[in-house]
Structure formats: C-alpha cells, structure tokens
Design a protein around this ligand. Structure first.
Ligand code: ADP
Ligand code: MG
Length: 792
C-alpha cells in the first residue's frame, strides 16, 4: 500500500461511527503526519503536530476534515507534456551504447563496464534507492528517525575527550538546535566548521533526552541538495577503477542525458492495459524513475519511492512481467503447434512391464504422474511438462519408466542434469534398472574423452544407445541422435529455456516430448505463473516405509551431544554429512575453516574415514571423494555442493552448521540427502549460541523441526522471506528481470495478473499483429532467450 492508501484506510477506521479506534490509539497525530507530510497543506500538518493534546471532539473534527480532503483530492498521476513531444521510431531506443552520440567515450565506457549494452537497457537500469535531499523541512518540524536534509548555521563547536563522540558541532535554524556528533579523536578536524557559516547537512535525525542530533552527517554541496537523489546498483567487479561515490555521480550524469530522449519514446503497450491499470506512459515512467519529482507526481513520498510503489515504478515491473508471460505463452503455443512422436498402443504395456521389474511398488502419486505423462505422449502433441516432487519422492524412477517404454518402441531418450556428479549417479541408476531389461544406457560429460567419447557419439547417432545421460555436454553439436523422442531435464532451474530448446532440436524434425524435473517445491500458484509454458505434475507422496527424518536444533555449546549422536550412527555403519554454509566474500577463509573442521572431526573419529568436499575442487576430485564416501567413508564434510540430488542410501545423519544462514527451502534440500531408505535418519541444525536471541531465526528453524513436508516449508518460506530465497539467487537471475523483483509480494501478485493478461492478449491476437511496437520490445527482450523467431 502506498502511504496515501494507508492514510486513507486509517482515516476511515479512525472516523467510523463510534470512534472506538481513535479512543484507544496513541500517537495517531504523529503517524498521520508521517504518512501525509508531503501531501497535506501546511496548516493541516501544523494542526496534526499538536494532535495528542486535543480534546476528543477536536480530534474528531480534524480527522474528518483531513479525510474529506484526502478523499476529494485528485491524486492520479499527472500527465506530463511528453504526450505532445514528437515521437521517434522505437528502434532508436535499441541503439548500441557505442552508437549513442550524446555520450562521450568515457561515459560509454562506464555503461559498458556496468554491463549495459544499449539505450533501452540503460533506461531500464533503474535506481535501487533514493535519498530525499529536498530542503523542505527544518530542525523543529523534521520527524525524528528519518533521514533529512537541513539548511543550518554553525553556532558552536567543541571537543570532549572521553565521550563516545568526542567532537561536536552545534548548529541551528530558526526552529531549533541540532548537534552534529563525530567519532574522530583528532580535534583539528573541527577546523573546517566556521561559526556563523551556513551549510546543508544530510543524515538521520535522532533525539536523546530532548536533544536533537545527527551522527556523521554528510555535508552537501549546493548541487547535491534540493532534490531527490537516485542511487544505482553499483557493481564492485565492474572493472571500473573509481570510488563508489564517483560511480554514482557518473551514472547520474549519464542518465540525466539519456532521459531527455525518453520524452520522444512512443507508447507501445495496449491502451486498454494502461487504462485499466491507470498507468502513466512509458516516457513518463522511465523519466520519473530517474528523475522523480513532485511536479510529475504530487503524491510522491520517499518511502513509496524506495518501496517501489509509485505507479511509475509499478508499471515498469508490471510491464516486464507481462512481457515475460507473453514470451512464455508464445513459446508454449509454438511448441504445441507441432506433431510429436506418437508411440504405438504397446506403450502402456511396456510401462507395465517396467513396473513389474522394479524391486518396489510405485506410490499412488507416481502412478498418477505416469498416467498424466502417458496421456500427453499419446496425444501426438509434444509434451511440455514440469514434474515437481520433494527430494526422494521418486521422480527419477518415473522418467525411467517413460524412457524404457520409448526404448522398447525403438526411440531414444536424453537425460540432462546440471553437474557431473549427478550425471554419473543418474547414469548408474538408469544402468542398474534398465540394462537388465536390454536397454543401452550411456554417459556423456566433459570427462568422457577420446575414443570413449567418439564411441558415444557414433552409437547415439546410429541409435544403438537408447538412453544418453549427461551434463551440458549433451548440447554440443557433435551429439546427434537418430530418433530422439524424450528429453528429461533434471533440476531445471539451472538450465534456461533456450538450452531446453537446443536439446529438443536434436530431434531433427521430430518434436521430442520434454519433462523437466524440479525438487524445489514451489507453491502451485507461483509455479503456474513462473513456468507458464509448462503443464505441471506433482508427486506429493513419499515411497512407503520411509520414516520421517527426526530434526533437532542445537546450539554450538551443545556440540558434544551432536558428536554423541553422530557416534551412535557411525557405530551402526551409517554415514554422516556435515554441511557448512558458503561465505562468498572470502573463499580462502572458508576453505581454511573447512580444513580446521576436517582436523577436528578426524580427531573426534580417529579410526573412521572423514572426507571433505567443496566447490573449488575439480570435478574429477569431487567424483572420487563421492565414490570413496559411498563405498567406505563415514563422515563427509562439505559446503553446499551436495545440495542437489546426491543419493547415498545408508547416510542417516545430516549435520548443518550455522543453519541460520540458510533459507528454509535450502535446509530442506540438504535434509533430503538423508532418509533415503528404510533407516531412521536424523537432521541436526547447529547454530551459534548468540542466535538464541534472534527470535525470527529460531522460529524459522523450528519450522524445520516441525515438518518434513517440502511444500509446507516452501509456503512458510514464502510467508517469512518472500520468494527470493525459495527460488534461489541462481534462479532469480535466470529470469533476468531488470526491474521486477519476485521477492516483493506486490510483484508476485503482478506476476499472476500478468499471466492472465498475456493469455487474454494472445487469445485475441496470437501473433501480436495489432501491436507492432510491443512485438518489437518483446523480441528485443526475449526473442533470443526464448526463441520467438516464429513471430518475428
Ligand atoms: P527423486 O529423483 O525424486 O529425488 P528418486 O527417483 O531418486 O527420487 O528416488 C529416491 C530413491 O527412492 C531411489 O533410491 C529410488 O530407487 C527409490 N524409490 C523410488 N520410488 C520408490 C517407491 N515407490 N518405493 C520405494 N522406493 C522408491
Ligand atoms: Mg533426483
């Protein structure tokens, strides 16, 4: 809610028929003041300041007046005169940075260093935050706790040796006195402040025992004051050797120049969409985000701006999400417009045979999912399906059943997974179950070399290999299939849409069926919106005989108990994982810490094998460690590299160090490494003792203790931290949004709305023929990434 919306709602509640809330509430005046300080006329604001001292009657009257003022006021965004500016062809705004005449060489270098390649992406490089440096308040009227710019005069200065802030400067304006406090030990630093001189300071206004102060405020130059200052995301590794402050300055100067052209940008979104959402034009939106002003938006408040809530910012988010949904939908419509391989009626019989060969009975959920998949396949249209299921729920077996049935029909399958370790593991599993049934399974990764590799190519091309399991290596040009009918992509978020497309193209004229499998349990509605190009199947049931993993929370000081538990399990011949969070800032330190831990565990278990695994190791070495651990190891210390898919059935303990540093979904993924057989398994979450004080962290970890249900945990995660953590950094990057941010609940709501809008737009106009400019923008953004060549 924007501040005005909040204020409106509050005023309605406060002025309802018996004023109950008003009688019970404290600090109403100051709160309303803070909500409306940029909006109400000055005299109302003055009245609000004394609010708490008024009689109930006077309070009521004032609130009623303000309520009618707010409700009557027209706060719709003002249409700037951009409407009447001459519009240029949209293509001009896709110009490469190198070709932009308005920028000099240095400026171009800055943009390129920030990864900005063209005008469009420069304009969409929107500020991540803003500071309100307008000079519209005073010492006496500014709200304590807020950051403000104040024009003041130096009155006095001084130095007190033993204070926390030894140096102070006393300043004043006509409304009050303010102390600027400094930690500096050297009193000479005060020389720069001259008594009687005026200056502008910017900082957080604080108050202690009636005395107002700021700690280390910024002193603003004339040009830095009086405006709302944008701050752009400054990459540290940009290759640009400039202090951050300079980078901000440079970027601002560049944007200043570029936004002048925005006025000439034509609108490209459908008018109905703009109207129904009450959005300003693209020109106004892009102008406003870089140069926000009251003239453009009378309701402007710094808080709304920083929460990304103004209609200008909302539109950009919404538009981006709509483009994404349009691209997804177009991709899907294209995919299902072709005919795919249609196996014979025997397909079902093969599946039954496969089931009979299994050492266990499939769960009902697995049966249902297989049915859904078979139905797709027999429809003759290429299947586009996402298979979701908690770790260990038996997704792989499902894909095996289908690959087997295709092999029996003379077709080939490709299974692509993100890492070498996983590829090998999948290969072994497929081999174990399918080879006895006469299916040829092969492995292709970067470490399959020489003659062996050539042989894989040859037999894949000739169709002798029925199932090819591998990493990205499968995408290489040399990999050719004879009759590829089924493509499985495991842990799909690590692969982009385009990679899936590349693999599917190996069908050469056929359109293979595709199944993407994900162990990230995303709540259904979110999954539907994010993967709008896919149908969704869910395995929501664990194989029988699995005992729920027992999860416990320990503090570092109780570590002996963890060791004791580990000892008991190791004695039984079971295996143990110990996981440490990756602290990205310092890989070296991380590695050192891991080595120290290695020594510690070796001392604790001198007669056991303690292995160590981390992300910096070569694939080859990782594989060796995993094999050794699987065969004869006892304890495996590792960073989160083991997160995805590792299957060691007799591992029964997962110790997670500094568990508070992980998101719930990630903890759940890690926990899923144990409990993969009939054995009782345990998960021990260990946190430093000081985390005891962090109620939120403890509550979060308690969710893990309470439930083993991945979907429940995902819902909790969504509630507690927003979807960002759920999707993981890698995944949010994968969507490649510039402005939209799925960790914001508002954007999540827009994502779902956008899905419906995209469906509606495309149902009327499947090739966007009535929106040529929209199509241009869409192709510019997603043409390559999602391969939209069919509408170009
Ligand atoms: P996922 O890929 O969903 O993590 P897998 O397919 O790898 O799960 O299955 C995990 C383990 O459970 C494997 O060892 C598999 O053989 C076994 N499994 C799968 N389905 C069943 C079932 N219905 N009953 C018993 N064990 C099963
Ligand atoms: Mg799996």
């Amino acid at each position: 809610m924007t501040k005005v919306e909040k204020a409106k709602k509050l005023l309605q509640e406060l002025t309802d028929k018996n004023f109950l809330l008003l009688k019970r509430s404290k600090n109403v005046g100051i709160y309303l003041f803070s909500l409306l300080k940029d909006i109400l006329p000055q005299d109302y604001l003055e009245l609000l300041k004394g609010f708490d001292g008024y009689s109930l009657e006077k309070k009521k009257a004032l609130l009623m007046t303000i309520r009618s003022f707010i409700e009557a006021a027209d706060f719709s965004p003002r249409t700037f005169s951009f409407e009447h500016e001459k519009k240029l062809p949209l293509e001009k705004f896709f110009k490469k940075v190198e070709d932009l005449k308005v920028l000099d060489q240095k400026e171009k270098k800055v943009l390129l260093a920030f990864g900005i390649q063209d005008m469009q992406s420069a304009l969409w490089y929107v500020p991540v935050r803003y500071e309100d440096r307008r000079l519209n308040t005073s010492i006496g009227t500014a709200i304590v706790g807020q950051k403000v710019a104040l024009k003041v005069r130096v009155v006095d200065k001084g130095y007190q040796q033993d204070e926390k802030y030894p140096a102070f400067v006393k300043v004043a304006d006509s409304t009050g006195v303010l102390y600027l406090r400094y930690k500096y030990k050297n009193p000479r630093f005060l020389a720069r402040f001259v008594v009687g001189k005026e200056m502008i300071v910017y900082g957080k206004l604080l108050e202690y025992k009636g005395e107002k102060y700021m700690v280390h405020p910024e002193v603003l130059s004339q040009e830095e004051a009086g405006l709302i200052l944008p701050f752009y995301y400054i990459r540290t590794k940009s290759g640009l050797k400039l202090p951050a402050k300079q980078k901000h300055k440079k970027l601002r100067a560049i944007m200043e120049k570029l936004v002048e052209y925005v006025k000439h940008m034509p609108e490209y979104m459908p008018q109905e969409w703009l109207k129904s959402n009450n959005y300003p034009s693209i020109a106004e939106c892009l102008y406003f985000v870089h140069k926000p002003s009251h003239e453009l938006y009378p309701l402007l408040t710094i808080e709304d701006l920083n929460a990304f809530l103004t209609p200008y910012q909302r539109r950009l988010s919404h538009e981006e999400l709509l483009l994404y949904q349009l691209a997804l939908r177009l991709r899907r419509l294209e995919a299902v417009s072709h005919n795919a391989v249609k196996p014979s009626e025997d397909f079902l019989k093969h599946i039954e045979n496969f089931k009979k060969s299994l050492p266990f009975k499939l769960t009902q959920a697995q049966e249902r999912v297989i049915e859904e998949i078979v139905k797709d396949i027999l429809s003759g249209k290429p299947m586009q399906r996402l298979l979701q299921g908690d770790v260990g729920s038996g997704k792989t077996v499902v894909s095996m059943a289908i690959a087997y049935a295709f092999a029996m029909e003379g077709y080939q399958s490709a299974i692509m997974v993100p890492t070498e370790i996983l590829a090998r593991q999948h290969f072994e599993n497929f081999q174990k179950l399918l080879a006895p049934l006469g299916v040829n399974v092969a492995l292709l990764t970067s470490s399959v070399k020489g003659a062996e590799r050539q042989s894989v190519y040859k037999h894949t091309k000739e169709g002798n290999i029925h199932v090819l399991v591998g990493t990205h290596a499968l995408l290489e040009e040399d990999v050719e299939f004879k009759k590829l009918a089924f493509v499985v992509i495991d842990e799909q978020h690590r692969f982009g849409v385009l990679q899936r497309k590349l693999l599917l193209e190996k069908g050469k004229g056929y359109y293979p069926h595709s199944l993407v499998m994900s162990a990230t349990p995303i709540p259904r509605t979110l999954a539907l919106s994010l993967y709008g190009d896919l149908d969704i199947s869910v395995i929501d049931q664990m194989p029988e005989g699995r005992k729920p993993i027992i999860t416990m929370l320990f503090f570092e000081s109780q570590f002996d108990r963890v060791v004791e538990k580990v000892r008991q399990e190791v004695q039984k011949g079971h295996k143990v994982y110990v996981v440490y969070p990756v602290i990205e800032e310092s890989e070296k330190l991380q590695l050192k810490a891991l080595m120290t831990e290695h020594e510690k565990w070796k001392k604790l278990f001198p007669d056991k094998e303690v292995h160590i695994l981390h992300g910096k190791m070569k694939e080859e070495d990782k594989r060796k460690v995993m094999e050794a651990f699987k065969e004869r190891g006892h304890i495996l210390l590792s960073t989160t590299v083991i997160e995805v898919g590792i299957d060691v059935p007799d591992a029964t303990v997962m110790v997670i160090e500094s568990a508070h540093r992980f998101g719930l979904s990630q903890l759940h993924q890690l926990r899923g490494r144990v409990g993969r057989s009939h054995l009782q398994s345990y998960c021990y979450l260990v946190v430093p003792d000081e985390v005891k004080q962090d109620e939120d962290a403890i509550n979060r970890l308690k969710v893990m203790v309470r439930t083993n249900d991945g979907f429940k945990i995902a819902e909790e995660d969504l509630k507690l931290r927003g979807p960002g953590d759920l999707l993981g950094a890698a995944q949010s990057g994968y969507f490649g949004f510039w402005v939209a941010n799925l960790t914001r609940l508002d954007d999540l709501i827009l994502l779902e709305k956008a899905k419906k809008e995209a469906e509606e737009i495309l149902s009327k106009d499947p090739k966007l023929e009535s929106y040529p400019d929209l199509k241009k923008v869409l192709l510019y953004r997603y043409g390559d990434r999602m391969d939209l060549s069919h509408i170009a």
